[in-house]
Design a protein. Sequence first.
Length: 205
Amino acid sequence: MSRYKLTIEYDGAPFCGWQIQDNGASVQGALEDAVKAICGEQVRVYGAGRTDAGVHALAQVAHCDIAKHFVPGRLRDGLNAHLRPLPVGVLSAEIVPDNFDARFSARRRHYLYRISNRRANLALDIGRAWRLPRPLDTDAMHAAAQRMTGKHDFTTFRDSECQARSPEKTLDQLDVVRDGDAVDILTSARSIMHWQVRSMVGSLV
């Protein structure tokens, strides 16, 4: 039995989120189906964190235990072959010690929330940015964001169905950066609660 660390990217548009749910397809379910297809084993794939419906990933970490031994590169390629045509790609696979845990070994999670601050409709960024036609004062937004960094009770910014044990979290980074019409909100923390980033961005706007 070997433990494999998987680094994954995906377009979250067709999924109900990372976690397997009754109301639609999930990224976790797609990966578990792919593992079963290449080795016949029903395994659980554990992610570094859950994502909401429609949230994308550039490099999400996951792990799973597989009895059959694979050269990591072949496992990556086999998973990708069975994931097509779903918008999920396994960027890398590597064998890790048994005490590695994608969720509990994670030291930091990074999120990017993008606003398109322009009058024109979105074309290439549909589903990847929030279009806001009215001008935004991003300097004021950034200044306000710095009041949210550090350790606080973030009850106001989490979903009513959030399962986090405590609303007290430490936010290491919340920056608002403008590049032309693109406004990026960059977030970094050990853990992020359900809808926390969306709610903070909405409040800053």
